[in-house]
Write a protein that binds this ligand. Structure first.
Ligand SMILES: [Zn+2]
Length: 493
């Protein structure tokens, strides 16, 4: 059995939040951050003099320690950054697009998350057939129980079969799932038509929820797929040709219009194009409630582009996900949008299939290849290397888009995503100077990863989840703490 460390300090780190960086000591007791002591830097010394103190509500009257408890441990962290645990609001663990094919499961994906400094993930509950939505949530929670090593929440996917169950939305919001995902893509399985989407948005807004949209015009994609296949173009290199920019642009515009009309808080997930960002900016500029319209970018669209694909089948297989990689100019526009506040969060859409599984499926043509790539372990280090180290994004903004905003928009404000008294003690010691070729973390498949071997500066050293150390010097502490299901609150948009 592992002992819960009841109390410790992390001293002399540079504490980074979404708003500021400050040299400080952080005091943890039980599962919470209880105190932050700012240090005034003194020139020529590593550590400063303690000055202002911030304490958890309750002030100096901290809860008493159990009798016989040893004095608090101190972790020395000079030269390192202390970040809030990462919050990845878009991951898929153990996703099975069809029988016999399953993406990396809860345990392996959450291990990679922790090793990469992400302590909270939000996955999805997708109802099967006509299953009640709450039953889908219960089923996913049962799958994750004892398997998911980080804390997790669930968005609820509203499939065409579930679109008649909108009366169930208020109960789901009540049970901690205030976000609903819908697709304009995948006409054979998941796509909602405009009427169904409009109804969903109106119902979600009335229930105090929000809607997440995969915005690609599924009919256009299906047409392109068919004509490519008819022309004998069935190799994995044709996947991206089946997902043209028009499909996304059209769907983004349609979705923004519906969200404004229904007054529904909207998060456009995995935007990939400069043009989509332009649509979002325009809609916000005109909207009565611009805060209702939000955009997400995913790691692979930010740090990779179609130009990264050399011309082997394996490169193309790795890059089978939807929407596909776009141009380097699009990636640069997304990075600028994330830095200037036009986009709100950096997620991963982590959904990792082995290269072997993709290769096997590819014998039936590109349309049969499971869509997805890993990234939950890569997000902090890779985005540090490509955005912060390069000077394209301030480090506080990086923490904002990787931790604080995804927590706040996910209904976890006050608990996750920030280093402040009262928040969960989800903490990451990050070494911004450590550099070397990237190796996928934990059980991730190095063959399938887009990032294996790339030079990356910045590494996660140690991680605490609700006060328990779960990663030490880059290695998982076994047995790791168990993740908890997060009952998320409706967001005041
Ligand atoms: Zn996804």
């Amino acid at each position: 059995m592992i002992m819960v460390t009841p109390e410790f300090w992390i001293r002399n780190a540079t504490v980074i939040t979404g708003r500021q960086s400050l040299p400080a000591d952080v005091h943890v007791r039980g599962e919470k951050i209880i105190e932050l002591v700012r240090r005034d830097p003194r020139p020529g010394t590593a550590a400063g003099r303690p000055s202002a103190r911030e304490r958890a509500p309750g002030g100096p009257h901290l809860p008493p320690l159990p009798a016989g408890t040893a004095p608090p441990e101190a972790v020395e962290a000079a030269g390192l950054w202390l970040l809030p645990g990462g919050v990845d609001a878009h991951v898929h663990c153990g996703m099975s697009p069809r029988p016999g094919i399953t993406s990396l499961g809860w345990r392996q994906s959450s291990e990679a998350a922790l090793l990469g400094g992400t302590t909270t993930i939000i996955d999805f509950a997708e109802p099967r057939g006509d299953e009640p939505l709450a039953a889908a949530v219960d089923r996913r929670r049962a799958e994750a129980a004892g398997e998911c090593l980080c804390d997790f929440g669930l968005h609820v996917t509203v499939t065409p079969a579930a679109a008649g169950r909108l009366a169930e939305l208020p109960a789901l919001v009540e049970r901690g799932c205030p976000s609903f995902k819908a697709f304009l893509a995948y006409p054979d399985r998941l796509m909602l038509d405009e009427t169904a989407l409009r109804r969903l948005m109106a119902a979600a807004a009335a229930a105090g929820g929000q809607v997440l949209i995969h915005a690609e015009d599924g009919r256009l994609v299906a047409d392109r797929q068919e004509s490519l296949i008819r022309a004998g173009r069935t190799g994995p290199q044709w996947h991206s040709a089946a997902h043209p920019p028009e499909a996304e642009l059209r769907a983004v515009e349609q979705t923004l219009g519906l969200a404004v009309a229904t007054r529904c808080p909207l998060l456009l997930v995995h935007l990939t194009l400069a043009g989509s960002l332009a649509h979002l900016r325009r809609a916000r500029a005109r909207a009565a409630r611009p805060g209702h319209l939000r955009g997400e970018v995913c790691l692979h669209h930010l740090v990779a582009s179609s130009g990264c694909c050399r011309d082997t089948d394996e490169d193309h297989l790795r890059a089978v996900f939807s929407p596909p990689l776009r141009s380097a100019q699009d990636s640069a526009a997304l990075l600028a949008g994330l830095a200037d506040g036009s986009l709100d969060l950096l997620s991963t859409d982590h959904c990792e299939f082995t290269l072997r599984a993709k290769r096997k499926a590819a014998s039936d043509g590109f349309a049969a290849i499971p869509n997805g790539t890993g990234g939950v372990g890569e997000r902090l280090a890779l985005s540090h290397d490509r955005a912060v180290r390069t000077g394209d994004m301030r480090r506080e903004r990086w923490v904002m888009v990787c931790c604080e905003r995804p927590a706040a928009l996910g209904g976890l404000a006050g608990r996750k995503g920030c280093i402040a008294p009262g928040f969960d003690a989800d903490l990451v010691l990050f070494d911004p100077a450590a550099a070397g070729p990237w190796q996928p973390l934990g059980a991730s498949d190095p063959e399938a990863s887009l990032y294996t071997g790339l030079p990356v500066q910045g590494r996660v050293r140690s991680v605490w989840l609700r006060g328990r150390q779960v990663v030490r010097e880059g290695g998982l502490v076994r047995p790791a703490a168990a993740g908890q299901f997060l009952v998320r609150s409706p967001v005041d948009w």
